[in-house]
Design a protein around this ligand. Structure first.
Ligand code: HEC
Length: 186
């Protein structure tokens, strides 16, 4: 619901802005925010009012839309191929362990796989962005999921639209008790 609200508000604001910019005499209601300063006019209903009711605005990492998506899995062949790519290309800058643990969880849990894909394709390897094939990037993502104890299962889809509908679901860290291991991939 909140995501839909945001979209509507954004669309409304754009529409209002378009009216102002073109001075086309849009039928504007009297109580509107002052577009110059963003300050509300007295009595104006704030477009964001119902969104701002509780706490700070959600960040990209915790938008409810992404958290409620199904968690991505990968197949073991993808992860194995990804491990080879990672070791050949990524490991010289990202030593073992650097893409795992609390840091990875904080950065990526409940975000869309397509977000990670887009960052990797556009920025990594840092000295030669975009230099891998689409499949190699996908395999590396599979390996990163595996490194973070995400279970194997259905293959990661090659299609970015499908990756947009899957989240990265990093399992809770295992309890500190000795002898206990987190569940492994199948
Ligand atoms: C030449 C060194 C280098 C190589 C090779 C490299 N990286 Fe990076 N990577 C970096 C640096 C430096 C950063 C930190 C950049 C930053 O945060 O602005 C980074 C950041 C990242 C991040 C975090 C990005 C973010 O915005 O959260 C990920 C994920 C990542 N690298 C994955 C990879 C993968 C996967 C590969 C192999 C395909 C790879 N990197 C290859 C240097 C490298």
């Amino acid at each position: 619901m909140r995501a839909i609200g945001r979209t509507t508000v954004a669309a409304l604001t754009t529409l209002e802005l378009a009216c102002v910019l073109t001075l086309s005499g849009c039928d504007r209601p009297k109580s509107e925010p002052d577009v110059q300063t963003g300050a509300p006019l007295p009595g104006a209903v704030q477009p964001g009012a119902m969104l701002a009711s509780s706490g700070p605005a959600p960040t990209a990492a915790d938008l409810p839309g992404a958290a409620s998506l199904p968690a991505a899995t990968y197949d073991v062949a993808q992860a194995a191929a990804g491990q080879r790519v990672y070791q050949a290309v990524c490991a010289r800058c990202h030593p073992p362990g650097s893409q795992t643990g609390a840091a990875f969880r904080t950065a990526w849990n409940n975000r869309r796989v397509s977000d990670l894909q887009s960052i990797l394709v556009n920025t990594m390897p840092q000295d030669k962005p975009g230099s891998l094939t689409d499949e190699q990037y996908l395999d590396v993502i599979a390996y990163m999921l595996k490194m973070n104890d995400i279970p194997a299962g259905a293959a990661l889809p090659a299609d970015t639209t499908a990756l947009h509908k899957l989240k990265i679901g990093v399992p809770e860290p295992p309890p500190a008790a000795p002898g206990q291991r987190q569940r492994q991939g199948q």
